[in-house]
Design a protein around this ligand. Structure first.
Ligand SMILES: *Cc1c(COP(=O)(O)O)cnc(C)c1O
Length: 406
């Protein structure tokens, strides 16, 4: 038995865990104090809750609590990291290296800096979605102040080799930021093992509340970062404004739950994702995996169905919540820039569908989604004048190779 509609869009957001809500509620009512008001019990109660949450968030990523700066989410964290490092540097014009497949919350701040005279290099990716480390090393110049590469992509789930990238940046004395919004709380992320200097996190991508996130700033990096929001000097002067206490408490609870439950759920989520992919492959022709299978978070599957328009498929999948491209791009009609960056045609990018599982996904839901997608794709292809060409659409050789190597 499944309850409809089925939610399979966990890259856009995740359900607030009921235990997180329970932790938050008192801080929306009786414990309403301002954590900056340390002269009385109301303020101290709120401050203690924020301190505890800071420890939980830090513990989840192997950081120290003094290295966590609370923000309104990963978008703000990315802006603070990128604009803040550039603003703190004396080098002019300075240079930032990022990747063509990054989230808009990285690409748009970079574009903004570019219009103010900063140079930006956007590295390409291969058909597997991965950057080339030699190309990264060649892109770094004496004026490079920051390298920003995400842990896991929000559309295709591909994981970049973060520790190796950090090593290239460190060898040249360049700060390294990673947008870890799709990874933290879903897969193990340890900032020391990965040697990142800054990392962006979002609570609502890990069953926490919306509107709260954090920027991890390594202690040695704090002097090399300038605030972008000023007024009051909260968060070591790096992010002013009265703290979102209920949100932060919920973020802390979500982090504690992720610390306790994520590792145990990893293989189950991966096997459900593999079941989904196997279901499409055995029952349909013309299915293409977008990006590396091996270097991918366990909860992601991004597939193009040949001769199907992604939007038409989403409309027909009325009781299954998935998306084509990212949530941010869903409002526009442009085919995914991430899938196109893999070398895919506009048509294949337009045919891409992103499936996002999470720790609440069940086997019955996966089986329902397989059946529904197979039926809908078959029906849409029967209606399509292009369906005769389907037999010519073999499997993607890149994907075949990756699967063979697994
Ligand atoms: C969701 C997401 C963001 C934006 O996070 P918000 O907390 O919603 O601002 C940034 N980067 C990535 C990779 C994301 O998945």
């Amino acid at each position: 038995m499944v309850t409809l509609p089925i939610y399979m869009d966990s890259h856009a957001t995740t359900r607030l865990d009921p235990r997180v809500l329970d932790a938050m509620l008192p801080y929306l009512s009786e414990h309403f104090g301002n954590p900056a008001s340390r002269t009385h019990a109301f303020g101290r109660k709120a401050a203690a809750a924020v301190d505890a949450a800071r420890c939980e968030v830090a513990a989840l990523i192997g950081a120290r609590s003094a290295e966590i700066v609370f923000t309104s989410g990963a978008t703000e964290s990315n802006n603070l990291a990128i604009k803040g490092i550039v603003a703190a540097s004396d080098l002019r014009p300075c240079h930032v290296v990022t990747v063509i497949t990054e989230h808009r919350a990285v690409l748009d701040p970079c574009r903004q800096l570019e219009s103010n005279g900063c140079d930006v290099t956007r590295l390409p990716v291969g058909p597997d979605g991965l950057i080339d480390l030699d190309e990264l090393a060649r892109a770094i110049t004496p004026r490079t102040v920051l390298v920003s590469v995400m842990v896991a992509n929000n559309e295709i789930g591909v994981c970049q080799p973060i520790a190796a990238i950090a090593e290239v940046a460190a060898a040249r004395g360049v700060m390294f930021h990673t947008d870890a919004a799709q990874a933290v709380g879903r897969v193990p992320v340890d900032v020391d093992r990965l040697r990142v200097d800054l990392a962006s996190i979002s609570a609502h991508k890990m069953h926490g509340p919306k509107g709260v996130g954090a920027l991890y700033v390594r202690r040695q990096a704090q002097a090399r970062l300038t605030s972008i929001i000023d007024g009051g000097g909260h968060e070591h002067g790096l992010r002013s404004g009265t703290l979102n206490v209920p949100g932060i408490v919920g973020f802390g609870k979500a982090a504690a739950l992720a610390s306790a439950e994520t590792n145990g759920a990893l293989s189950r989520i991966a096997s459900l994702r593999d079941r989904l992919w196997a279901g499409f492959q055995t029952r349909l022709t013309g299915v293409h995996l977008n990006g590396s299978f091996k270097h991918r978070v366990p909860h992601n599957l991004n597939v193009s169905f040949a001769h199907i328009d992604g939007q038409a498929l989403l409309t027909a999948l009325d009781d299954v919540a998935v998306s084509s491209g990212s949530a941010c791009a869903s409002a526009t009609d442009e085919p995914s820039y991430v899938v196109q960056a893999l070398g895919a045609s506009k048509q294949r990018a337009r045919a891409s569908v992103r499936f996002g599982l999470d720790r609440e996904t069940t086997e019955a839901e996966v089986d329902y989604v397989i059946d529904k997608v197979v039926r809908v794709v078959t029906r849409l292809r029967d209606l399509s004048p292009l369906s005769d060409e389907l037999s010519e659409v073999g499997r993607d050789p890149v994907v075949e190779k990756q699967l063979g190597g697994r």
